[in-house]
Design a protein around this ligand. Structure first.
Ligand code: PBG
Length: 331
């Protein structure tokens, strides 16, 4: 890098002297186009249920989805992500409820597509954890998560979601080889326009705690997810995961969690030049939100964190702050 000049001729503070000047030299800008809004679903009628570990975040019954999606469409948030809280009675060892065309996610996709047409994109997780009695993302047998057997169900789950009208299939299960197999199955069934956002670099993280409370998988989860989600000690392994998923047909890739993994976002962007998404996960949300509520940090911290993702190279960010941030960006 060439630095022309030096103090006292060169004073970097000159460009920062007023608001208009700072705006002129800005390198990154957070906009509503960068935001993806997660929505938690629950069975029942007229429900808007609070979630103990996520202040200000709710589970919505299908009829109440418009409470949130109306706003998302009005603020022009490009995409929402759907996550179901499944009744324990509907859970079993292989997560069969994932393949029920009347499960919460399927019902929600149908309603949203009917009501909002193509005004907003819908992304759905492909993984079995909301539906398994043991809380794992795949089939559990003799203490092991079965890879290839799990993929067979994930393929069916993907096809079902695509058939319902899901725009972006987002496998978050971390099984080996699932992107290629899902892409092939989608293409074979005339869903060649359905996009795949691969949770390619997903780390086994403590920061998912509140999410597991939100979808009701925390109490049932046996053990941890370290045999399929990545080890947070590793960096280059993320590049291997990403390159495989790109070869297998991923249109976009996700890094998850977010803030503690900005280095991973940056190195993926530098190495692959493909759309990289970040997930500011539930634990990050609750940390920030609790600190704001206790007046330890100011509301501005939210935009600061989201801008950090842009700086690192993220194209978009899944964040539980999306609706509030979109509203404030509009002003
Ligand atoms: C499930 C899934 C998880 C999250 C998104 N999809 C949790 C997990 O892997 O245990 C976490 C999201 C969050 O913490 O906000 N495959």
């Amino acid at each position: 890098m060439i630095i022309t000049g030096k103090y006292p001729n060169l004073r970097l503070r000159r460009n920062r002297k007023s608001d208009w000047s700072r705006r002129l030299v800005q390198e990154n800008n957070l906009s509503v186009n960068d935001l993806i809004l997660p929505i938690f679903l629950i069975d029942g009628k007229n429900k808007k249920e609070s979630i103990k570990s996520m202040p200000d975040i709710f589970r919505y019954s299908i009829d109440n989805i418009p409470l949130l999606v109306d706003k998302a469409v009005k603020y022009k948030i490009p995409m929402i992500a759907l996550f179901p809280y499944t009744d324990n009675k509907l859970k079993n060892n292989i997560g069969l409820e994932a393949l029920n065309e009347n499960n919460l996610v399927c019902k929600a996709i149908r309603l949203i597509k009917k009501k909002y047409k193509n005004k907003i994109g819908i992304m759905c997780d492909v993984a079995l954890d909301p539906y398994t009695s043991h809380g794992h993302d795949g089939i559990l047998k003799k203490g092991k998560i079965l890879n290839d057997e799990t993929i067979e169900i994930l393929i069916k789950q993907s096809l079902l979601q695509a058939e319902m009208g899901c725009d972006v299939i987002a496998p978050s299960d971390m099984m080996d080889g699932r992107i290629g197999k899902i892409r092939k199955a989608l293409d074979k069934n005339k869903f060649q326009d359905v996009q795949i956002l691969s949770y390619a670099a997903k780390y086994a993280s403590s920061f998912y705690g509140p999410f597991r409370d939100a979808v009701g998988s925390n109490k049932s989860l046996k053990g941890d997810k370290k045999t399929y989600q990545m080890d947070y000690n590793n960096n280059f392994e993320a590049l291997r995961e990403i390159s495989l998923d790109i070869k297998e047909g991923a249109d976009m890739v996700m890094v998850k969690p977010g803030m503690p993994y900005l280095d991973i976002i940056k190195s993926i962007k530098e190495n692959f030049k493909i759309p990289v998404f970040a997930y500011q996960v539930s634990g990050e949300y609750s940390l920030i939100k609790n600190a704001i509520n206790k007046k330890i940090i100011s509301e501005n911290s939210i935009i600061e964190t989201l801008t950090a993702f842009k700086r690192a190279g993220a194209s978009a960010i899944v964040t539980y702050f999306a609706d509030k941030v979109a509203k404030s960006l509009k002003k």
